[in-house]
Design a protein around this ligand. Sequence first.
Ligand SMILES: Nc1nc2c(c(=O)[nH]1)N[C@@H](CNc1ccc(C(=O)N[C@@H](CCC(=O)N[C@@H](CCC(=O)N[C@@H](CCC(=O)O)C(=O)O)C(=O)O)C(=O)O)cc1)CN2
Ligand code: MET
Ligand SMILES: [Zn+2]
Length: 761
Amino acid sequence: MRSGNLGYPRIGKDREWKKALESYWAGKLGEQDFHTELKAIRLRNLKAQQERGIDVIPVGDFTYYDHVLDTAAMFGLVPERFHYEGGYPNLTVYYAMARGSREATACEMTKWFNTNYHYIVPELGEIEPKLTRNRPLDAFREAKSELGIEGRPVLVGLYTFLKLSKGYTPEQLAPWIDRLLPLYGQVLRELEAEGVPWVQIDEPILATTLAAEDLTHVARIYERLTKEAPGIKLQLQTYFEAVDHYEAVVSLPVHGIGLDFVHDGGRNLQAVSKHGFPEDKVLGVGLIDGRGIWKAELQSKLDLLQTIGEAVSADRILVQPSNSLLHVPVSAAQESGLEPTLREALAFAEEKLEELVLLTKAGQSGAGAIASELAVSKRSREALQQSPSRARKHVGQRIADLASQPSSRSGHADVRREAQQQRWNLPLLPTTTIGSFPQTPEIRSARLKWRKGEWSDSQYEAFIKEQIKLWIDVQSELGLDVFVHGEFERNDMVEFFGEKLDGFAFTANGWVQSYGSRCVKPPIIYGDVEFTSPMTVAETVYAQSLTEAPVKGMLTGPITILNWSFVRDDKPREEVAYQIALSLRDEVEALEAAGIGMIQVDEPAMREGLPLKREQWSHYLDWAVRAFRLSTSTVKDETQIHTHMCYCEFHDIIDSIRAMDADVISIETSRSHGELIGSFEEHTYDKGIGLGVYDIHSPRVSTVEEIGSMIDRALRVLSPEQFWINPDCGLKTRKYEETVASLRNMVLATEQAREKYAVKP
Ligand SMILES: Nc1nc2c(c(=O)[nH]1)N[C@@H](CNc1ccc(C(=O)N[C@@H](CCC(=O)N[C@@H](CCC(=O)N[C@@H](CCC(=O)O)C(=O)O)C(=O)O)C(=O)O)cc1)CN2
Ligand code: MET
Ligand SMILES: [Zn+2]
């Protein structure tokens, strides 16, 4: 039995990686120094795994931005608009694909399965792929020569890569497989020639709901690839769910299969027990939760390993995390600020490696070999379980009483629309923004000073008020119709609420990559969640006091708070969602009572929380919608509830979006190059809706014409009476000048559209 890892956080203990990327982009770090710095980070990450005694260390999982983008770059799949001239794309082209450039809009970015990690969507189009650089080989050589590590190269599997790409029709799938097969073959042959014994090929798509023809394609791919390089062994890795069609997957002609035994709902284990496991293959046992942050219940993991051991001999077992550790923070050791009971119950990437090594040791020599560690881990989990915060009486009562809580608005949508229009008298095509304005270095450093105690509360509050005032003035000057306060007091839309609600803890350095250099510090829900006092009322009311225009109150919804936090594992997620929903309802009511007439409850993570298996969708959506409605249903007819979603594959969940019953919804659109708009040809939607008219993830400023054409496209399928004009998402990552210039263009484009679409008397 051996221990293995599947991928390691890139960002470094202190987010060195993020800082290096941003310095390079800002022109503060030269290209050569940038490469040097990234190499140092890469080697430190490998060393962390080596020092903890991991037997199988992945190489090639490191990236300059995103591993899917790397795969596209490796095959020369660079869309024409980037003026690419062959070879492995240089940094300018590479980062233009990721972030856009003056001339070219960025590639689309979307969620990596059901995580908060985002990848860059490859665009296949007319391009003929070719191997521009064997990245896994380079990574292998470097780890070997620099650290003496015989690493295991990691590749995004061909089928997953294609399924995550765009720019081809269903009929073109098979020809694209044919085009990529020789290139994957070449990568493998070169690795084989180098003497690389094994590669890890990630095919997480195999854990989603598959059709029979998917399996036919996958079988064809792996039959061919094992022949291309017969001297190299392929470990086919799946994660995030049980594999669909277990028997077909484990009989693929590869040398090893990696399965997730944490997020599989027990189905992988059932399948192994029922059907056995091929005698000629290695089983990668995803035993340690690669997405959660709790210490493992080591004894139950050993039991699981034992059950698997009945079907698979020990020499063919690899003990590994359920998925790449990319999704958890680097080290819990530095979290000295946390309450000891909680800290002792945590395991981040480094601690997970230690757990893997322990379990492997026990697997090799029996549980006795780790008796004292087993006891410690048991004690720390139990101590947390006994903490009074786990079972607050008042919260328990509210949940028990859930059935009697209102979960629908009293007035019908038409009645509400009327009442709201009377109250606000908004023009045709009202303009607004999604909530946040730029989080400048000045704001971040002010917050840091306040946190360190260098600034008093009142000093910091006064500073935040200045920012709010500044941006209320900007919004008036721009002529927007519905204002926001700007979210300057928030570090992050989820972490902020986590800090204010009971039952949450927040770390000092528990960062996880979200996209590119952007990281999040998910709060930890360790106890029952409860509202303590108003969280957003003061800032919102202050903003409203400065203007006649409506200011939207701005809250993060229950499902997004749930999905973007690390959640306790002793209660169903559904129940935790209701606890959050009821706490947010208290905030919604406080805002309404303070005179705020529009309240936006953001649910960008609603779609991402969708289970990977279709058959589980309706259950999830039912409780997710119920949680949203629990938070928003008690307001008066004339109070307008908004919601916002980004990266929304709208057609997947249109019924649930309708069922949320928000008066106005805003959805990201532009980075998918308007594809979302097309779905309204098939689906009707009759409430207020804003489809983002420009991409906020890129520093590029859209022109009036570009925005105008987005509006035109949307109004081909939606009515001007229901349409709102807004950017795709919040503007926190943008600079002041970009923001003002883009919004100015947005308002100009709206004025033109108003003339064009006004109902002529
Ligand atoms: N949780 C979450 N998930 C999300 C989103 C989101 O907004 N939140 N949006 C979507 C896209 N993802 C995003 C994820 C992160 C960021 C983002 O801007 N992250 C910031 C960090 C935000 C933050 O928590 N900032 C803190 C701490 C910032 C910090 O690094 N402080 C410095 C010091 C600051 C200075 O002096 O400059 C330090 O501690 O060293 C604050 O403002 O207080 C970043 O990586 O830079 C944006 C979008 C989807 N998923
Ligand atoms: C990721 S969705 C962001 C919504 C939030 N209100 C903002 O503007 O930042
Ligand atoms: Zn958004």
